[in-house]
Design a protein around this ligand. Structure first.
Ligand code: GLA
Length: 389
């Protein structure tokens, strides 16, 4: 759906008003490397995509909140005094959680008319939910002069997801959606939130996002389980080094501390985190010096560690990666996002893209019975306003 069709849909749904209408956009993201490191106090390296969530919004004079989605043909009316009540329809809790956070900041909200439209494939691990949160947050920030900057908006979106939706995610997705820059990836320290924008100079290569189209059934509970395992690893290490996060240990120290983790599974989880943080730092250095072959090898190392030590891949993701790596000239391929289904990201020579899509698609289908989707990643800007009408 294009912008003019979306505006028409909004007018059809809500009619005329004396208030101005606004359109905001917040992107989904793809993470290039640094997986399951954000909540461990490590580094991530995501970029914003050029697809995401559009929000058309307008104030009302009363206290009614009208929400609708083009994607799922959803409509509801909620009184502002009920914003803090979680709803049965899962997606609506993303905007409600955000509105609730603004109320907590003391922002006096009026009623609103909101229409959402998203073109991020749903449940594919490309942060469709963060893009709904951030689209809502930039809109409310502007309409009610809340004065938050991009980093504060990202943090507010994360709080909404942790506290209202109940998913214990890290800061990566909301940060990428709020702070992304076209043709750059964000090298983010997840403790200090210091970041550098790194230009993505891929010299004849493209990033191809491949969607397993596998439903991510248990993703949320498995995600929370991994977080708990990392906390256990910290407990094992604490008698020897007073850390709060695994991200405070480097590779050298880990060699010494690893035997102190008495449980084999927990030890492997910790090993993934420590080695992944190291790979992420090295990957950024390699990209900065133009060594994309090395960057690709580190992507491969990341996937293998997520498969063997962190165990968040599964047959579909592993098959997509395995098939991708067979295509001539592919420099690296790995899962991206939380895992348990979702997408991979691969570094593919421009002249092999058609071959990649055809062959990987066909072999994946033969092995899994599923049809993969492929997107050539275009790296876009973070969230913002598109139009007032
Ligand atoms: C999800 C979470 C992020 C991050 C990734 C794994 O996308 O929302 O915070 O933890 O998984 O890297």
């Amino acid at each position: 759906m294009d912008i003019s069709a979306l505006k028409k849909e909004f007018e059809k749904l809500y009619g005329a008003s004396q208030h101005k209408s606004y359109i905001f956009f917040a992107p989904g993201r793809v993470n290039l490397i640094g997986e399951h490191t954000d909540y461990n106090g490590g580094y991530v390296f995501p970029c914003a995509l050029n697809f995401g969530t559009y929000l058309v919004v307008r104030k009302r004079d009363d206290k009614l909140l009208k929400l609708a989605s083009v994607n799922i043909n959803y409509k509801s009316v909620i009184d502002i005094s009920d914003i803090n009540k979680k709803q049965d329809d899962k997606w609506v809790n993303y905007p409600l959680g955000v509105l609730n956070e603004f109320l907590k900041l003391g922002i006096k909200l009026t009623g609103l008319e909101m229409l959402f439209y998203g073109n991020v494939p749903n449940g594919a691990g490309l942060s469709s939910s963060a893009s709904i949160e951030i689209a809502t947050a930039v809109a409310i920030n502007e309409l009610f002069d809340a004065g938050l900057n991009g980093v504060e908006i990202a943090k507010l979106g994360q709080r909404a997801e942790n506290e209202f939706v109940g998913v214990n995610c890290g800061i990566m997705d909301q940060f990428a959606s709020a702070m992304g820059k076209a043709n750059s990836a964000i090298f983010l320290d997840c403790i200090t939130l210091d970041f550098k924008l790194v230009p993505l100079k891929l010299k004849g290569y493209k990033l191809i996002v491949s969607n397993t189209n596998k439903r991510r059934g248990l993703a949320d509970s498995k995600y929370n389980e991994r977080r708990a395992e990392c906390e256990k690893a910290v407990e094992f290490i604490r008698p020897y080094k007073p850390i709060s996060f695994l991200g405070e240990i480097d590779l050298e120290e880990f060699k010494i501390l690893e035997p102190k983790i008495a449980n084999e599974t927990i030890r492997r989880r910790a090993r993934h985190v420590v080695t992944e943080i190291d790979r992420t730092k090295r990957a950024v250095e390699e990209l900065n010096t133009g060594n994309i072959e090395k960057f690709g090898q580190l992507m491969n190392g990341s996937h293998d560690s997520l498969r063997d030590d962190y165990e968040v891949t599964g047959y579909e993701l592993d098959t997509l990666v395995e098939e991708a790596r067979k295509i001539p000239g592919v420099l690296g391929s790995r899962m991206t996002g939380a895992g348990f289904g979702g997408c991979t990201v691969s570094l593919v020579p421009e002249n092999e893209i058609n071959n990649f899509i055809n062959n990987v698609g066909e072999n994946y289908n033969k092995k899994t019975g599923l049809k993969a989707d492929f997107y050539i990643a275009e790296i876009g800007n973070g969230a913002g306003r598109i139009e007032i009408f």
